[in-house]
Ligand binder design. Structure first.
Ligand code: DGJ
Length: 735
């Protein structure tokens, strides 16, 4: 066992937080979760980042000193580390805020004015040295994980307007060093969550979306580690994510004194916001954390935080039910009788939620028509949804329905009635993507219409769950009808109205659950996760590709929100053939769903699915709410991968070991679990009932499993096994 694992086990409870200021008010600190974050005001009034790392003693001598100029090329204003810098006074790194005043002045210098502390929240006010423009910075720290939440609000106190051209939620600054490595996530449709690494240098790395939504391309998530010091289990890692579902930008690079700076906020691309007299503009929250225990602990901290503070319901939220979704089985060809037949089969294998995907509404026989008309297609459902919902409920499942409320097909009643409701530039082409246009949700009438339609849909039918899809990017983001200087507010107002609809719908229908989807994982971020119960992370359902996709997703986000389906083989995405067992073992590493065409299953398939689903239910709390340890990463060239989930009380753990392909005779290896209670005796069994692999002892102490590892061989291609660890009752871990 590594030292960091031992340390982690020995660590006392860290669930306390303190937000404090020094007696002279020049130093401000947030302490919590074993982390200290500090800033200080220098003798010229600049607010400087002072420290972010392992907890420091209360008397740590942190002092902000204003630097002298370094050279004629580096005046003091450009080398002063600023907690939140205005674009002015020769700043050569990314600003927090960039504005243009009405008289043409574009020089903004922000200095500390005041601060206040209320519980775990610190508020700091900065203002420009000459103009009545203020920035309010907000900070909180989570006592359990040390995750910091930062956001900013700019306020125009002048009579004349000010144009905001760029605004970050936060800039995080790390100690100078040339050995940082950035981890980030990229992708495209069907290939999301690809893990990337790059050195952090003075050349800025931009992680961004210009698509109007988070997008498949880049995630608003980062992790920085120290090369040669950090690993999965050891060393410092700084990590974070912006809670924003529109065009965003994270910038990562070294400033002119070699300090890494990570900024994040609205993407300045196609953004501007003119603040009239007395107006303010608020940013989303940029969350960030620190650990000294490697990438594994970084993601576990973030998962814990998300489960407690982001995902609706917190730790008390219902475990994800096992769902069936019709999409890969029937595509647009949904009918009352066809769905009823599927529902009967689904109920027999233990499905808890039956979801009808695309195709149930309007003139929706393919993707060319119907979007926008959210009334039941009476040819497919002659008596409305009532009979199907009644049947699904009588079978003991709840009912879910697919919607894509932000979109419209030109061939729809909605578009015919309101062609002006789509984003567009007058007299310019309206580019279609998947034959659809994007409604301008920034408009209040569009926002109210969507809310009203969905509210009625959910009120008039017994719907427990909506799968909320979103299947294209923005192309001509015009908002005719508002003043020219306000048109680019669209980038922000659209997303705010999306959040409004989702939260208002949830408020009016407290039992309603929602899945976020965008052609798979095209709009997943902490903003959407705060308003949805689960996320559809990729349309790629191939169980082998999924291992890397799921590994990427869980670097940033909690497995409890991660939906994974068992679908048909060969897989539609890549033609790969795999056994039903392998498909289950892959999908059970998240929140399990079935998307296969049950009309094509054999009796043996049904029997095995029934067995797997029953087995999954015995470990799902551990998978969904436990701590995830990546024991062997499913890198594209690795033969084997292993993930390990340990329940919060450490009484149960489950190991998923997956083999891509055997080579030669010997692929045996030792898999070393982590996170078990060392003194507790765990009894092992194979999930699903098969005998334990040859040579594996049936029980031993946690310390034995962690030090000695599990030594066994998997043979063949696309094989896997899930091994459950149950604490023996008289050895249950204490605390
Ligand atoms: C894209 C989603 O990712 C799929 O799961 C499915 O819902 C289709 N849209 C339906 O059009």
């Amino acid at each position: 066992m590594t030292t960091s694992v031992l340390l982690a086990l020995a660590m006392p409870s860290l669930a306390c937080a303190k937000v404090s200021a020094s007696a002279d008010g020049r130093q401000l600190r947030l302490d919590g979760g074993g982390v200290t974050y500090a800033m200080g005001v220098d003798e010229q009034g600049y607010l400087q980042p002072l420290y972010w790392g392992p907890a420091l003693g209360a008397d740590a001598p942190l002092v902000a000193r204003h630097p002298a100029e370094l050279s004629g090329f580096d005046p003091a204003g450009s080398v002063t580390p600023q907690e939140y810098a205005g674009q002015g006074e020769g700043l050569v790194s990314e600003p927090g805020l960039k504005v243009a005043f009405a008289d043409g002045n574009r020089d903004l210098v922000l200095k500390y004015r005041s601060h206040s502390i209320a519980g775990e929240t610190l508020t700091v006010e900065l203002s420009d040295i000459r103009r009545p423009l203020t920035v309010t910075l907000r900070y909180t720290i989570d006592p359990a994980t040390g995750i910091i939440a930062r956001s900013a609000t700019v306020h125009n106190g002048d009579r004349r307007p000010v144009r905001v051209d760029q605004i970050a939620a936060a800039t995080y600054t790390l100690p100078a060093g040339g050995d940082y490595r950035l981890h980030y996530l990229t992708g495209r449709h069907g290939a999301e969550w690809s893990q990337q690494e790059a050195p952090v240098t003075p050349a800025l790395t931009l992680l961004e979306s210009r698509r109007g939504s988070t997008g498949h391309g880049n995630q608003p998530w980062f992790a920085l580690e120290k090369q040669g010091q950090s690993s999965q289990t050891d060393g410092p890692v700084w990590f974070g994510a912006l809670a924003w579902s529109g065009s965003f930008r994270l910038s990562v690079g070294l400033d002119n004194l070699g300090r890494p700076r990570i900024g994040g906020g609205y993407n300045p691309y196609d953004f501007s916001w003119t603040l009239k007299a007395g107006e303010s503009l608020e940013t989303p929250v940029f969350y960030a954390g620190f650990t000294d225990h490697g990438m594994g602990d970084a993601s576990r901290r973030f998962h814990t935080f998300q489960r407690a503070h982001i995902i609706p319901g917190g730790d008390a939220a219902r475990l994800r039910p096992v769902l069936y979704n019709s999409w890969e089985a029937t595509a647009f060809n949904v009918t009352e009788s066809g769905q009823m037949a599927l529902a009967e089969k689904a109920a027999k294998i233990g499905i808890e939620r039956f979801v009808v995907d695309d195709g149930w509404f309007g003139a929706r026989d393919d993707d060319k028509a119907g979007l926008g008309d959210w009334s039941v297609n009476r040819r497919k459902f002659p008596n409305g949804l009532g009979p199907l919902i009644g049947k699904v409920k009588a079978l003991g499942m709840d009912f879910g329905l697919w919607v894509e409320p932000e979109m419209v097909n030109v061939k729809s009643d909605l578009y015919r009635a309101h062609p002006d409701w789509v984003m567009n530039f007058p007299d310019r082409p309206r580019t279609e993507g998947r034959n659809q246009l994007v409604l301008n949700l920034a408009r209040k009438d569009v926002r109210d219409h969507i809310l009203d339609v969905l509210d009625r849909l959910v009120s008039e039918n017994d719907i427990a769950f909506l799968k909320w899809d979103y299947n294209r990017n923005w192309t001509e983001p015009g908002w005719p009808g508002v003043a020219i200087e306000d048109q680019q507010r669209l980038q922000v107002q659209y997303i705010r109205n999306l959040y409004f609809i989702l939260s208002e719908l949830r408020r009016r229908h407290p039992g309603l659950e929602i899945e976020g989807c965008s052609g798979g994982g095209g709009r997943i971020d902490l903003g959407m996760m705060a308003l949805t119960d689960e996320s559809w992370i990729s349309d790629n359902t191939d169980p082998y590709d999924r291992l890397t996709i799921q590994d990427g997703f869980t670097q940033a986000y909690a497995p409890s929100a991660m939906m994974a389906w068992v679908t048909d083989s060969p897989n539609w995405a890549n033609g790969r053939e795999t056994s039903l067992d392998f498909r289950f073992l892959s999908a059970m590493q998240g929140s399990l769903g079935i998307g296969a065409n049950l009309d094509h299953w054999t009796e043996a398939d049904f029997a095995s699915a029934q067995r797997w689903i029953a087995a999954y239910k015995t470990v799902r709390r551990t998978v969904q709410r436990g701590d995830l340890y990546r024991l062997i990463s499913p890198a594209p060239d690795a033969a084997t991968s292993a993930t390990f989930y340990v329940s919060q009380d450490r009484k149960q753990a489950v190991l998923f070991a997956m083999l891509h392909s055997s080579q030669y005779r010997d692929n045996g290896l030792a898999i070393h679990p982590q996170g078990l209670a060392p003194d507790t005796i765990y009894r092992l069994s194979v999930l699903g009932g098969a005998p334990l692999p040859d040579g594996l002892p049936a029980e031993a102490q946690g310390s034995f499993w962690m030090a000695q590892g599990l030594r066994f061989k998997l043979k063949g291609d696309y094989k896997g096994v899930a091994i459950v660890f149950e604490a023996k009752p008289d050895h249950a871990p204490s605390g």
